[in-house]
Design a protein around this ligand. Structure first.
Ligand code: HEC
Length: 142
């Protein structure tokens, strides 16, 4: 391969890489992801004062830990494993359903409505944690 071919193949690779990552940098999407992250860390949804961050540490990227000390998985691959069967509900649930379950069950708050700005922001933020990871519907949380 001569230098010119090398230069052009390098340029094409850079172009492809920027196309791959353009989804996450689209300004409106990025704004919504950031809004979701803010809600995740600060939102109490009119409940008992806890936020999502209380149990899902490092804004969901870190290991789960309840105030009582029970340890569980992170949200690092959460968006890749929904929809999935939830034995507690005895039905298949979506990521939105799970967000509402935690808002009601853990925060004792008013869950964000399906399709609301808050719900779409939380879904966008949680999905951004799984960006680039393979879909594994029904799989195990990590
Ligand atoms: C009191 C602790 C606690 C709080 C606060 C909490 N959660 Fe959870 N969350 C859990 C536990 C425990 C699980 C895993 C067990 C389960 O499915 O119930 C879980 C599971 C999840 C999952 C599925 C993760 C997976 O991969 O299975 C998502 C998504 C989630 N929570 C989002 C949220 C959001 C969004 C909030 C804030 C509105 C929130 N959680 C607040 C305890 C909490």
């Amino acid at each position: 391969m001569n230098r010119i071919t090398l230069f052009f193949s390098g340029a094409i690779m850079v172009l492809f890489a920027s196309m791959l990552y353009s989804a996450a940098t689209e300004p409106q999407l990025e704004k919504t992801i950031q809004k979701g992250k803010y809600l995740f860390i600060h939102g109490t949804f009119g409940g008992n004062g806890m936020t999502c961050e209380t149990c899902h540490t490092a804004a969901g990227a870190g290991p789960g830990k309840t105030p009582g000390g029970m340890k569980f998985t992170s949200l690092a691959n959460a968006a890749t494993i929904f929809p999935r069967f939830n034995p507690k509900n005895n039905k298949v649930i979506t990521l939105e359903d799970q967000i509402r379950n935690c808002t009601v069950g853990a925060l004792q708050g008013k869950p964000p409505a399906y399709g609301s700005t808050e719900m779409n922001a939380l879904v966008s933020y949680i999905t951004s944690l799984s960006q680039g990871k393979p879909m594994n519907m029904g799989g195990k949380p990590k």
